[in-house]
Design a binder for this molecule. Structure first.
Ligand code: SF4
Length: 173
């Protein structure tokens, strides 16, 4: 990968945050001229539908994340949120504050209603703990899994498009 683009994956969400903001400020207007924004809005609908399906499980995750060890929504997982993923959330119009530096072991993107990210790290979308699986109707859960697979494919496609775009620009970060 282009060494400039390597910096977008710092392995630390606090370090990724200013990079995403800088990219949004400098590339946002140029991105409007590409087909990428339409792709993002298509994916936003899918992600929002998934969020609605997840409202109950999200509360389970939030309660679990408030435990002293952070549950599976922990600071370690938050660091999977790289600058491209955060940029996608910003492009989607999410009003996100800088993730607070950990005062607990819980993920800083987690609040009492669940995860604040619309587009989440791959790990977060893929992982189903036993409590989550056990607490959902099997048919509904299977539907959720199919929809989630579509979202993952979409996120991956968008990430590739964004990286292609950044490769053709002087990467500003
Ligand atoms: S990004 Fe969201 S789903 Fe992932 S660990 Fe944080 S709160 Fe949980």
């Amino acid at each position: 990968m282009n060494p400039g683009l390597d910096r977008l994956y710092p392995g630390d969400c606090q370090a990724a945050w200013p990079l995403a903001q800088q990219l949004m400020a400098e590339e946002g207007p140029r991105l409007a001229a590409t087909g990428l924004l339409q792709e993002v809005s298509r994916l936003v609908s899918l992600a929002e539908e998934l969020e609605n399906r997840m409202s109950e499980p999200n509360r389970v995750c939030a309660a679990c994340g408030a435990r002293p060890d952070g549950g599976c929504c922990s600071q370690a997982i938050a660091d999977e949120a790289d600058a491209i993923l955060l940029l996608l959330n910003l492009i989607a119009g999410l009003k996100l504050d800088k993730p607070p530096v950990g005062t607990s072991l819980a993920c800083p993107f987690l609040d009492q209603d669940g995860c604040r990210l619309l587009f989440k790290p791959i790990f977060c979308l893929n992982y189903d703990c036993a409590r989550l699986k056990g607490g959902c109707d099997p048919e509904q859960f299977a539907r959720y899994q199919r929809q989630r697979a579509l979202l993952l494919q979409g996120q991956w496609r968008l990430e590739c498009l964004l990286l292609d775009h950044l490769r053709t620009q002087r990467c500003p970060v």
